[in-house]
Write a protein that binds this ligand. Structure first.
Ligand SMILES: Nc1ncnc2c1ncn2[C@@H]1O[C@H](COP(=O)(O)OP(=O)(O)OP(=O)(O)O)[C@@H](O)[C@H]1O
Ligand SMILES: [Mg+2]
Length: 273
């Protein structure tokens, strides 16, 4: 279970470039839940995931994973709890190493590496089964370098690597956004399989309203650095993509009205002086 309570983060405070990326954001991801996060550009989705992973320290609020307060822990100390996959299919794997070698590295993440061979033959069998479970036929290409695979195949393997040691929490940040529709479908199928088979607790950001409606059991809508809405249970399963698109339009309208009002207030202030 992930518990995020009232976290805030302002980048470049006091400068012209000041951004309030997270503003009193609160959310929980119950154990075993697959929670989807949506929201406009700059609404704080990636910042939320970065805060949870420890890419930066929050200014206030708290973050707990399975009851452990991780708010002040550096990123590397959270790495054993958190698995992550980013948008870029080239980010999560070492292109010059083979599929099997990449998996061996992932299996030892956060452990003392020691000396000795990277790949022991007894590991290979387990890896092959795991790769076969992706349903992409990559189990026959274990000794090919990852750089020779397609973006979708690579991203599926990155996902497998991120979940190899069953993290307490899986963070997916638009992990299919850089892929063509067919590859995105493959990666989504692999995501479903891995989350179901390992009963993972997952937080997934997407811009696809279709994915947001079809996947997961909870949906969080972010707006201006905070959690604007949460749908769960029947309310989540009933959601259709067009309802989400409408909600987005409403939020954008709200932004435009607020920007216009702020502009008018500023003008009135200048005139009054
Ligand atoms: N390291 C940083 N330094 C300065 N500003 C940042 C940093 N990270 C994020 N921001 C700013 O914080 C705001 C929220 O960004 P964030 O990346 O969380 O949005 P997002 O919801 O993920 O958007 P997108 O849909 O475009 O990915 C943006 O204005 C962004 O420019
Ligand atoms: Mg983002």
């Amino acid at each position: 279970m992930l518990d995020v309570t009232g976290i805030s983060k302002t980048f470049n405070p006091g400068q012209e470039t000041e951004v309030r990326a997270l503003v009193d954001a609160t959310l929980t991801v119950p154990t075993g839940s697959w929670t989807i996060v949506i929201g406009g550009n700059g609404s704080g989705k990636s910042s939320l995931l970065n805060a949870v992973a420890g890419s930066f320290m929050v200014d206030s609020g708290s973050i707990a994973i399975d009851g452990t307060d991780v708010t002040r822990l550096p990123q590397w100390r959270r790495a054993t709890l958190v698995g992550r996959v980013f948008q870029d299919p080239f980010a999560g794997t070492s292109p010059a190493l083979t599929v099997a070698e990449n998996l061996a590295l992932a299996a030892r993440r956060g452990l003392f590496r020691g000396l000795g061979p990277l790949l022991r033959s007894r590991d290979r069998v387990g890896f092959r089964d795991r790769v076969a479970s992706l349903g992409l036929g990559l189990e026959n290409r274990m000794d090919q370098v990852i750089g020779s695979l397609s973006g979708g195949q690579r991203q599926s393997l990155t996902l497998l690597m991120a979940t190899l040691r069953t993290p307490a929490l899986l963070l997916l940040d638009e992990h299919t956004a850089a892929l063509d529709p067919k590859s995105a479908e493959l990666v989504i199928a692999a995501t479903r399989r891995l989350i179901d088979a390992n009963r993972l607790t997952a937080l997934m950001v997407t811009h696809s309203m279709q994915q947001a409606a079809d996947l997961g059991d909870r949906l969080v809508v972010m707006h201006r650095g905070g959690v604007e809405r949460v749908y769960e249970g029947a309310a989540k399963s009933r959601l259709r993509p067009d309802q989400l698109t409408e909600l987005f339009a409403e939020l954008r309208m709200q932004d435009r009205i607020d920007t216009a009002t702020a502009g008018m207030l500023a003008e009135a202030y200048i005139e009054a002086r």
